[in-house]
Design a binder for this molecule. Structure first.
Ligand SMILES: Nc1ncnc2c1ncn2[C@@H]1O[C@H](COP(=O)(O)OP(=O)(O)O)[C@@H](O)[C@H]1O
Ligand SMILES: Cc1ncsc1CCOP(=O)(O)O
Ligand SMILES: [Mg+2]
Length: 279
């Protein structure tokens, strides 16, 4: 989508997004990922393509040595079992204590009481950003399991607008809801990121990947988590748009999305970022 004629109320989102991607490329932040088995490969490759350094280190015995040296932590409950929870909680608590940014992906939070409680307990440990789909954010905001289809959403991001706002206000986290339009709020400000293509939903773990990318963006600018989350969502969407120009279906889109993220240049980013303020 060509962005050259869109005015963004002086927000200069295209500059912010490009500056953050450039910082990730320059600084190559180390991102600890405690993530699900399905997503490990694409999450690591997304982070590497963006210039960050992923490490899937999740044994509870390693947290006290490793978490203190990372630049950000990404926790994803996608294939959660009771054995994984202590490491997640211990890493999140340590990151919060050390003032390091950490990001939560509440995969399928609406699907079971076990998952929902785990996510709500993790939110007590003050994630910098929570990124989920519409059904996940609604379940967290209502603190109740509900309407969902496993890891997929039965809600649009817009359905979750009020839920995102109250979750952000209650938790103090930036909340991002992905979908056709990605919504980002800190409880007071609201923006929509309008990049991406529908076929991204047909590649498993694209949601997990964009959550990890948010972790990398927050790592290089921890005091501007709202801007970092919106920029990462927009940049990932642009990589999807560029990849779609070359793809024949979901499998080749996966490859081309990662290549496109790696190859994004200033002109493409600044021309395509589409982030708008919402009332
Ligand atoms: N209809 C759509 N149009 C454009 N981009 C989309 C659409 N649906 C999802 N995306 C993008 O796909 C990625 C994954 O989002 P989503 O499918 O909502 O997450 P999850 O996989 O966690 O349910 C995000 O970057 C999002 O912006
Ligand atoms: C299919 C699946 N099952 C458990 S985790 C997972 C991956 C979910 O990834 P995403 O939320 O990014 O679609
Ligand atoms: Mg997901």
């Amino acid at each position: 989508m060509d962005n050259s004629n869109i005015h963004q109320q002086g927000d200069c989102w295209e500059d912010k997004a490009w500056n953050l991607l450039s910082k990730v490329r320059q600084q190559s932040p180390l991102i600890q990922c405690i993530t699900n088995f399905v997503s490990m490969d694409i999450v690591a490759n997304t982070l590497l393509s963006a210039g960050a350094s992923p490490a899937m280190i999740h044994a509870v015995d390693e947290i006290c040595e490793f978490t203190p040296v990372v630049h950000a932590l990404c926790i994803n409950v996608g294939t959660l079992t009771p054995e994984w929870l202590p490491a997640m909680k211990s890493a999140a608590a340590l990151a919060a204590e050390l003032g390091k940014p950490w990001v939560l992906d509440p995969v399928a939070a609406a699907a079971s009481s076990f998952r929902l409680k785990a996510c709500l307990d993790l939110i007590e440990l003050k994630p910098t950003v929570i990124r989920g789909n519409g059904s996940e954010i609604i379940a967290l905001s209502n603190a109740s399991v509900g309407h969902s289809k496993g890891v997929d959403s039965l809600h649009t991001s817009t359905d979750a607008l009020e839920a995102a706002k109250s979750l952000a206000q209650a938790s103090g986290s930036v909340v991002a809801v992905s979908g056709a339009v990605d919504l980002i709020t800190d409880g007071h400000r609201f923006v929509g990121a309008h990049n991406g293509v529908p076929m991204m939903q047909l590649i498993t773990a694209t949601g997990c990947s964009v959550t990890a990318l948010i972790s990398a963006f927050v790592a290089v600018d921890p005091s501007h988590a709202f801007e970092a989350a919106a920029s990462a969502l927009s940049i990932f969407g642009i990589a999807g748009e560029m990849g779609m120009n070359l793809a024949k279906g979901p499998a080749s889109l996966r490859v081309h999305l990662i290549d496109s993220l790696y190859n994004l240049n200033e002109a493409t980013v600044k021309n395509r970022v589409k982030i708008t303020s919402l009332p």
